[in-house]
Write a protein that binds this ligand. Structure first.
Ligand code: SF4
Ligand code: MSK
Length: 657
């Protein structure tokens, strides 16, 4: 490790990797170094779907295979490399969709309890959004109380997982042209669980053996994620916990504090984190912390998307992203690491053994050997939250000062850009509108919009691709919207403050951002909040002037350092929604050039969107910008990049903010 170049572009991460080495602690960075990925699996060329296998079907290296060789490249059952690569991909989509959607199911169940008002710690915080979503579900709102409407909405939402007839309700939110595309492709998801189950069935040995047909199910399932599970999670969380509005926060391991009980929340579902926010402000618990010597009280921060959720709604600081979870413990200053579901490393308790940190699991879905399990009631997690805070306070005196090193790195950011908030900021409180955004795209000040999302990945230099890519995009007047771990990477280099506009953005984008007072890179939330990006893009289409479908927009998406199956599900729903989507690091169907070419080209004939793979961030930015420019040209906007002065109406729109 000592001879290696730095593993991250982030100073705090590098410092903690070095401390881990000195403390004799192995982290993900060491394990990635010690274990090379299997090249056959990485290409999607390995099938282990039955006990006649696993069948490994690598292509010849360093030369093109002959058609005969290709035809002979089959598993024991005769499955071709195309089928094997597609089946592996479909299973990733199914797994990713199930993760976001099972998260959503937990939220819906808690929402129903909140609506009933029985034994719930939650209520209805955003009544306006409740009415909007209820109308989208065709629920009668006149003359009914919020609780009545919410209860019916919750019950209808629950049906989306397993209803026997029809298709998902939120599909009707999409532009009409997009709905027609899905109809033509027979890819409208019916019920969320059904699509996941059908993926698993179709990929069992000897069922669906036509890769294009398999990808039709991949699209349908992924759409059940984006326009189903993820969107349900986001919308019902907003109604129950509050729709995010711009809020300031801080990011990086420097948000941990010497003088406070540090509780780090990690995972994805926001229910427990919400109640940890409440518990950490509890007077009695604060007094107990002070009595134990923590003069700074209780300091809550987070890792991954749990962190993004409580940042967006409460300004809770972000300790870091996925690859920093062990490093937070290595700081020696964390009393409790509380994890629920997804992106949790099993090594956490082992790392914690070297310090005083207690790792705690809370979900009935997820246990972790070596962790303390404090099971929460999803609808009423306050009791578990208080117990966790109490344990953390009791653990504070066990902190060994000799082992503490909190890196002196933290950066300010502004978060909380829900798609509604973007409309309010641009159009004004009383006439929320995407018109100024569209106008500024049409006049060329803003070249286009890019969604840059997804994970961090130990196979590449941590945060390097994210930060290079996003810098390049904003420099070229592309407004960037972000979620997940990607957002934290860019926040850490200061791209999420309003000042970043004049420091990093091209002149057109900077002018718009400075006029409105927003950063050139907008934090839209957690992984399920990629559904906010779908809604923002839909609002752009509906505003007019940029075509009549999502595939007409000058927009592109990327997950430069992806690692989770969830990212593949997200990418596939963006592609099936008409968006050009670029992934970095590695591509899971490389083993079949035919499937790869089809995903990166021909699929666009069906959906208007397609995949691309490019590990180099600058080349990735170029691909995205070229695509944006192509779309501008198709819309007749290529000339319009010559600067146009604001007309009075546009000026008034912006001044009204
Ligand atoms: Fe091999 Fe076919 Fe079994 Fe897959 S399903 S492991 S390709 S025999
Ligand atoms: S947490 S899925 S590492 S973005 Fe949503 Fe980060 Fe990827 Fe997990």
């Amino acid at each position: 490790m000592a001879e290696m170049e730095e593993r991250s572009v982030d100073g705090a991460t590098n410092e903690m990797i070095e401390k881990a080495t000195q403390d004799g602690v192995l982290t993900v960075f060491d394990r990635a170094e010690n274990m090379r990925p299997c090249p056959i699996g990485a290409e999607g060329s390995c099938c282990k779907l039955c006990s006649m296998g696993p069948c490994r079907l690598p292509a010849p290296r360093r030369r093109e295979e002959t058609p005969e060789e290709k035809d002979n490249r089959r598993g024991v059952c005769g499955a071709t490399i195309e089928t094997i690569a597609a089946r592996n991909f479909v299973r990733m989509v199914a797994a990713g969709t199930s993760a976001h959607s099972d998260h959503a199911r937990t939220v819906v169940e808690a929402f129903i309890q909140a609506a009933k008002g029985e034994g719930s710690d939650f209520g209805i915080l955003d009544e306006q959004k409740l009415l909007q979503v209820a109308l989208d579900f065709g629920i009668e709102i006149a003359g009914r109380t919020s609780r009545e409407i919410a209860l019916e909405l919750g019950e209808e939402a629950l049906k989306e997982f397993g209803k026997p007839d029809g298709t998902l309700k939120f599909l009707e939110r999409a532009p009409l042209r997009r709905q027609q595309v899905w109809e033509e492709q027979n890819s409208k998801p019916r019920a969320i669980d059904r699509e996941v189950v059908e993926c698993l069935h179709r990929t069992v040995m000897g069922v669906d053996l036509d890769y294009k047909h398999l990808f039709q199910q991949a699209s349908r399932t992924a759409l059940a994620d984006g326009w189903g599970g993820s969107m349900l999670a986001t919308e019902l969380q907003d109604i129950m916990l509050g729709t995010p509005v711009p809020t300031t926060g801080k990011v990086n391991l420097g948000v941990l504090r010497h003088d406070a009980v540090n509780i780090v929340v990690h995972g994805h579902e926001p229910l427990l984190p919400e109640m940890l926010v409440v518990a950490s402000q509890d007077k009695e618990l604060r007094a107990a912390a002070a009595a134990n010597g923590a003069t700074g009280g209780i300091n809550l921060s987070g890792i991954c998307c749990s962190a993004n959720e409580v940042l967006m709604r409460h300004g809770v600081p972000l300790a870091g992203n996925m690859l920093q979870q062990e490093l937070a413990v290595v700081s020696g200053a964390v009393e409790a690491m509380v994890v629920d579901v997804q992106c949790i490393m099993q090594s956490l308790p082992k790392v914690a053994d070297c310090y005083h940190t207690e790792v705690m699991t809370v979900s009935h879905k997820a246990k972790l050997p070596g962790a303390i399990h404090i099971e929460m009631d999803d609808a009423a997690p306050l009791a578990a939250a208080k117990e966790i805070v109490r344990r953390a306070i009791d653990n504070y005196p066990n902190r060994a000062q000799s082992k503490v090193n909190i890196p002196d790195h933290s950066v300010d950011l502004v978060a909380g850009f829900s798609h509604e908030t973007i409309g309010y900021l641009l159009g004004g409180l009383f006439r929320a509108s995407y018109k100024p955004l569209n106008e500024n795209i049409i006049n060329g000040r803003i070249r286009g919009v890019a969604g840059v999302v997804g994970c961090t990945n130990a196979r590449v230099k941590h945060e390097d691709i994210h930060t290079q890519l996003v810098r390049e995009l904003v420099k070229n007047d592309v407004l960037v919207i972000q979620t997940g771990c990607a957002a934290m990477a860019c926040a850490k280099i200061g791209l999420m403050t309003p000042e970043a506009a004049h420091l990093h953005a091209g002149p057109g984008l900077a002018e718009v951002c400075e006029t409105v007072g927003i950063p050139p890179v907008l934090h839209m939330g957690s992984c399920v909040d990629n559904s906010r990006i779908l809604m923002a893009a839909t609002a752009m289409v509906k505003e007019g002037g940029l075509g009549d479908d999502l595939s007409d927009l000058p927009v592109a998406g990327a997950a430069p350092e992806w690692m989770a199956e969830k990212a593949i599900a997200i990418g596939q729903y963006f592609v099936a929604s008409g968006v050009y989507t670029v992934f970095g690091v590695t591509w899971p169907t490389v083993g079949s050039p035919e499937v790869t070419d089809w995903l990166m080209d021909e699929i666009s004939e069906s959906y208007g969107g397609k995949w691309a793979f490019e590990p180099d961030p600058i080349k990735m930015a170029k691909l995205m910008i070229d695509h944006i420019d192509e779309k501008r040209k198709a819309l007749g906007l290529d000339e319009a990049r010559e600067r146009v002065l604001f007309d009075m109406e546009m000026r008034r729109d912006l001044d009204a903010v």
